[in-house]
Design a protein around this ligand. Structure first.
Ligand code: EPZ
Length: 422
């Protein structure tokens, strides 16, 4: 297992290109199951999660090729589509559950393994099941697999979700676009990745309105055609790299970034003493003056503060002036980066869904361990400004969601390298 070695090296400067969104791409790729014509995605990130989704779709009978230039070519028209998403793949990546809606829409049945829990929480599927059942799916759990069938095909319906689940919204959209009649999804998730999926489905011939609001209307159509669709910029990678100059000092321009993707995050950065300027090419970020100030953070569904940036924000607040309280409202166990940051000298008290961070002057490099995707990158951010050397182990977590993180940070002056373990 590789490790990443980081040494505090003073202020950063330069440009970091932001890739296409992992969490958009993982919803867009299964959409190929909805049409017998090719779907081409451009600006797709090169990540291990994308390779896992490629494997999963191939196991269903789709042909997916991820090219080096960020194009993903997907077709599901040659040969039989087998509707079984196997546990061995699904357990590696929860987003595998996003084939459930498209398989039901295409074939009228699906057998998808429950993903099982992951480091940050139990990750149940009840909201997905309720949403697809509203469209006429009959879903039962047998031997750890969801067995879903529809008698006579999916029928449009109005459904209110108990919580604005991102994945359940995506599964509902990809099922409703081929259902008979019209559907209305209430309390829908509003994330930019939902908007991106709706735009791609519309390019394929779907009739969808209201994406980005909490009420989405879909008029079912008989069939969808192929399309070419550019994957939206990754707002979580964007927010992550915006924190690098905030933590180290200097100025970095994140190419492709737009304020609209990270509005609530920018409000918190502003309160903490970080200036963000929108340029033609992206977002320029630097500290306003002096030390970062403590701020409180509550994670919420979009447009609230993103849970996927909570760990990275904590890394910034470890050396802020004053005490910050971070409340994690989306996942039940998403503070595993805290004990690792404490090995670096951070002063953090975790109590259930709250983490209280008492700012210290500076952190000290240490050997730390990545536990999940966003925790791993928060440790790298902390290491960028810590005195001495930090070694982050188990960086396979990192490679799921960040393309060439060491190259991107080295290009703006960080002292960082990947150490391949024997
Ligand atoms: C998506 O996960 C993202 N993943 C997550 O990013 C992100 O943290 C999350 O949305 C919230 O923004 C992808 O898009 C691939 P949810 P998803 O359904 O769809 C509970 C990353 O780091 N819930 O909105 O799984 C669930 O347990 C990843 O890139 C149910 O209880 O998120 C969680 O506590 C991590 N029942 C909360 O809702 C359900 O049926 C939010 O889940 C579904 C979800």
């Amino acid at each position: 297992m590789d490790s990443i070695l980081v040494r505090g090296n003073g202020p950063l400067s330069g440009q970091i290109p932001i890739a296409g969104a992992k969490n958009a791409c993982l919803a867009l790729m299964p959409a190929t199951l909805l049409s017998e014509e090719p779907l081409t995605l451009t600006n797709a990130p090169r990540l291990s999660d994308i390779r896992t989704m490629t494997q999963l779709l191939a196991s269903l009978g789709a042909e997916v090729t991820a090219l080096q230039d960020g194009k993903v070519l997907a077709t599901s028209c040659h040969g039989e589509i087998t509707p079984v998403a196997d546990y061995d793949i699904v357990r590696k990546m929860r987003a595998s559950n996003l084939v459930l809606g498209p398989l039901l829409a295409r074939l009228g049945h699906a057998v998808v393994s429950l993903p099982g829990g992951c480091a940050i929480g139990a990750r149940p599927m009840d909201i997905h099941i309720d949403a697809l059942s509203a469209l006429g799916a009959e879903i039962e759990l047998k031997d750890g697999y969801l067995h879903a069938t529809t008698r006579g095909g999916l029928k449009g319906a109005t459904h209110q979700m108990r919580f604005a689940s991102v994945g359940a919204t995506e599964n509902f959209l990809m099922a409703a676009v081929l259902a008979k009649g019209s559907s209305v999804l209430k309390n829908a998730a509003r994330e930019p990745e939902i908007v991106d999926l709706a735009r791609c489905l519309r390019a394929m011939g779907a009739e969808i309105e209201g994406e980005g609001t909490s009420e989405i209307t879909i008029q079912g159509v008989d069939r969808l055609h192929g399309a070419t669709h550019p994957v939206v910029t990754d707002r979580i990678e964007l927010g992550t790299y915006m924190l690098a100059p905030a933590i180290c000092g200097g100025e970095v321009e994140c190419l492709g970034g737009r304020i609209a993707l990270v509005e609530s995050f920018c409000e918190k950065l502003d309160a903490a003493g970080v200036a963000v300027e929108e340029t033609e090419r992206g977002l320029k970020v630097r500290r306003k003056n002096g030390r970062i100030r403590a701020v409180d953070v509550v994670t919420e569904p979009f447009p609230g503060f993103p849970t996927d940036l909570q760990a990275q924000m904590m890394a910034l607040l470890c050396t802020a002036e004053g005490t910050s309280v971070l409340e994690e409202r989306i996942f039940e166990n998403r503070f595993m980066h805290a004990p690792e940051l404490m090995r670096m000298g951070a002063k953090i008290e975790v109590q259930g869904g709250h983490a209280t961070v008492h700012g210290v002057e500076s952190l000290k490099g240490a050997r730390v361990m990545a536990t999940d995707l966003r925790a791993s990158v928060s440790l790298i951010l902390a290491g960028l400004a810590a005195e001495g050397e930090t070694v982050v182990s188990r960086v396979y977590h990192l490679d799921r969601g960040y393309e060439r993180v060491e190259d991107k940070l080295r290009a703006v002056g960080a002292q960082i390298e990947r150490v391949r373990d024997e």
